[in-house]
Design a protein around this ligand. Structure first.
Ligand SMILES: C[S@@+](CC[C@H](N)C(=O)[O-])C[C@H]1O[C@@H](n2cnc3c(N)ncnc32)[C@H](O)[C@@H]1O
Length: 237
């Protein structure tokens, strides 16, 4: 893959580590306004992580798989704390950087990752369960996670209930919430003149995640909940 043409997030990581000049990553969305990911947030330290992510770090145990690790704030913290960590990401630039800093990292799509070993903990953070893309794909995503976990293993992930985006001042909703699932988005990343492809990303409310988790053999609980955003803890039962 030509990194410069197709890997905005990876190129942003590699540029920032060399130049330390902060250029934002712009995220285009189909259903809401464009957003910005300040590059420094991808390099956050434990102290700079939101409390929910700090909680997630405290729950980690055993062999850890960091899915969609990006610049690896969690992989780095956990490796430094003595854990055995494997990181995966589809971004070639992110993997190049993670290998440079000594993280065991592989450029592979989560759905195609077939390692010889299984893990005690899978992390999917920064709305990481969004990797499912669509609500129809959530069970396949949880089944894939299950296949990568040892018996009794755990999946720690976060997401948001984005219903509030469609709420009017009078409490009614301008979108028919029963038509399509309201948490399905399409995004595109841009960095300088480098444009990535459009991709599907899912924001799932906790009840829907809980139901799918139960169907797939996980016991789930909500660890924290703030401003529509929550941290979920799924344990294989
Ligand atoms: C929003 S970033 C999250 C970064 C990181 N977890 C953090 O908390 O800073 C999402 C990452 O997931 C990666 N990604 C998206 N789809 C993926 C897939 N199917 N398999 C592996 N990685 C994926 C992207 O390349 C990106 O680096």
């Amino acid at each position: 893959m030509n990194i410069k043409q197709q890997d905005p997030i990876g190129q942003a990581i590699l540029d920032f580590t060399k130049s330390k000049k902060p250029f934002d990553i712009i995220v285009n969305a189909d259903m809401c306004d464009d957003d910005i990911i300040p590059i420094e947030t991808l390099f956050r330290s434990f102290e700079e992580m939101p409390p929910m992510e700090q909680d997630a770090m405290q729950l980690c145990r055993g062999k850890i798989l960091d899915v969609g690790a990006c610049a690896g704030p969690h992989s780095r913290y956990l490796s430094d704390s003595g854990f055995n960590v494997t990181a995966i990401d589809t971004s070639p630039g992110a993997i190049l950087y993670l290998n440079e800093i000594g993280i065991n990292a592989h450029q592979v799509d989560f759905f195609e990752f077939n390692p010889k070993e299984q893990f005690d903990t899978i992390l999917m953070l920064m709305n990481g369960i969004g990797i499912a893309g669509t609500i129809d794909n959530i069970e396949r995503t949880l089944e894939k996670a299950k296949s990568l976990l040892k018996p009794g293993g755990q999946l720690i992930c976060d997401s948001s209930d984005v219903k509030f985006l469609y709420e009017e001042e009078d409490g009614s909703f301008w979108m028919n919430l029963n038509a399509a699932y309201y948490g399905e988005f399409k995004f595109k990343m841009n960095y300088k003149k480098i444009e990535g492809p459009w991709f599907n990303w899912l924001y799932i409310d906790y009840d829907k995640l809980h139901m799918a988790a139960k169907k797939c053999g996980f016991k789930s609980s909500k660890i924290a909940d703030q401003d529509h955003h929550y941290l979920a803890h799924l344990i294989l039962s």
